[in-house]
Ligand binder design. Sequence first.
Ligand code: AMP
Length: 401
Amino acid sequence: MKVLVINAGSSSLKYQLYNMTDESVLAKGLVERIGMDSSILTHKPTGREDVTEVSEILEHTTAIRKVIDMLTDKENGVLGSVDEIQAVGHRVVHGGEAFKESALVDDVAKAEIRRLFDLAPLHNPAAMMGIRAAELNMPGVPQVMVFDTAFHQTMPEKAYLYAIPRVLYKKYKVRRYGAHGTSHDYVSKAAAEYLDRPLQDLKIITCHVGNGGSVTAVKGGLSVDTSMGMTPLEGLMMGTRSGDLDPAIVPYVMNKEELSVSEVNSMLNKHSGLLAISGISSDMREITEGMENGDANSTLAFEMYEYRLRKYIGSYAAAMNGVDVIVFTAGVGENSVVLRQKVCEQLTYLGVELDEALNAIRSGEPRRITTSNSKVDVLVVPTNEELVIARDTHRIVLNSQ
Ligand code: AMP
């Protein structure tokens, strides 16, 4: 079965086409600047030259049509005809409490996603546009939604409720939902497989640290707590997001600076984190470079980022009464040797013993970075959220036939 994976943002659309017989990627790409002038389609057929096309793409339906044209193009395509696409998998950020696992797209599911627009105002409407566009371009082809939140639906009440009046949960479903679920799910399973140990027996802390970041406590294969909250703002310090802060700061600053709700939201989501503290960049590569060149603000930004990540690891070890495996993944987790080193150096109380030579190796494969004496295995596992979406889509469509 050939599965097209779509990750639609408000002005962008990423795609990957899988052949599920061997889970190979036939092509992938990205449409940027949808709705602006000069939209850009970058198409990457596996093993061949990238192709870039600039045109006017006003909305998602045209974007998907362009993607299909490219996938079936005589010169740069990888398909004889669009009919070869037998299923489409969509990344949907927020599944609320309604979706505990991936689901086939139907009218009921779509109505539920619309109800969740409030909880993910930036992301869910974009996913919906992607779904609608795929339906229009590929009528009759089954579509599946894969949610960032679904993996965390196993969290117990004590982890997902906030200590605020319960009526807010009853009326508005204010609670912790978490995010990056497909990634935490994938890397925890991949870690157990790599170690050749049963997932059911393991206490794993997965650190998905990229531009956004979250840490999850995975006990026996289930998410029991996670650092992102009702929205992806809570938890770790991130590229441009503040992460945890005293909630009283929000009304205080709003009052002092006469900020509106959307202004304060923008401040916390787009102008905080590494960017705010370093004053230079939200990109960990530039922060690391600044630190190496002795820039005090970059050094402080790095130290705060590392310290907050390490505190979450400690708190999840406490939550699970121990930890067997710690996994680093995503852009920073997979690539920053120095971040992993600084974190692990202060986890000796858990019995972590870093092997510096192993930590310095770069490879695209799961690997251990601790010594054979280490009481906790620390691994680097490259994440693959698209593959999880393709696998779920494949499984759900097969089961529905
Ligand atoms: P992601 O959101 O998972 O794509 O991660 C993106 C982030 O990974 C970028 O913003 C960078 O800060 C970070 N990153 C990528 N490569 C490196 C590297 N070699 N060292 C440190 N950080 C990196």
